[in-house]
Write a protein of this length. Structure first.
Length: 212
């Protein structure tokens, strides 16, 4: 089977306008992946399925990942005037990297018995720009898994044939796999961990200023 680097080159040759990047994995497994631009992802998916050498006809797994925004500290070199002369000095600066949601697909070829090939797509942010194309029209096995990602992470899959919650109920307003998800003070099932429930409720009262 071709390596991720070789697959990347094949995509660029077949689809020169496709936005695809190699995401390296520094672990001993070295399972590198391909990051797709959402605008051209469907064309790339079609190529990976129909290319005779790859024939990636089966999506075995699709999962979501939440990457909250984070503060990054880095050292940069700047030119400053010191004692009347320009000098290049090193300064420490902080910047905030915005968060995003990510979906990861693992693809195999049943025809050639090879894989996996790992694909990634990322949303613009975690709030109001969370739409990505659905791969269900290309790999039908992605249908329920994309529904689960929609339910638990909040990624909206454009073109999905039946995008609705699959684990939580329709009136549920949050996404439980988000890293900033806050458990409710109580649950609808029994038995509940009563002491932990009381502790959370007291903490919420203290924050909101509610008194008994």
């Amino acid at each position: 089977m071709k390596s991720a680097e070789e697959i990347l080159q094949a995509i660029k040759l077949a689809l020169p306008e496709a936005g695809v990047e190699l995401v390296t994995n520094p672990s001993p497994a070295a399972q590198h992946s391909l990051l797709l631009a959402p605008a051209t992802a469907m064309a790339v998916a079609g190529f990976l399925r129909e290319d005779p050498e790859l024939a990636l006809d089966y999506c075995s797994n699709a999962t979501g990942v939440d990457w909250p925004g984070k503060e990054v500290t880095e050292k940069v070199k700047v030119t400053k005037v010191v004692d009347g002369a320009e000098q290049v000095v090193e300064e420490t600066v902080k910047r905030v990297e915005p968060g995003y949601l990510e979906v990861v697909y693992h693809l195999f070829s049943m025809r050639h018995k090879h894989g996996p090939v790992v694909l990634r797509m990322r949303t613009v942010n975690r709030t109001d720009q969370v739409e990505l194309p659905s791969f269900t029209p290309v790999w039908r096995a992605a249908e329920f898994q994309e529904r689960e990602i929609f339910d638990l992470y909040g990624i909206v899959f454009a073109g999905h044939p039946d995008l609705r919650r699959i684990l939580m109920w329709d009136g549920f307003e949050d996404h439980p796999m988000r890293r900033d998800y806050v458990d409710p003070d109580d649950y609808e099932y029994e038995p509940t961990p009563h002491d932990e429930v009381l502790k959370r409720a007291e903490q919420h009262k203290a924050v909101s200023g509610v008194t008994a």
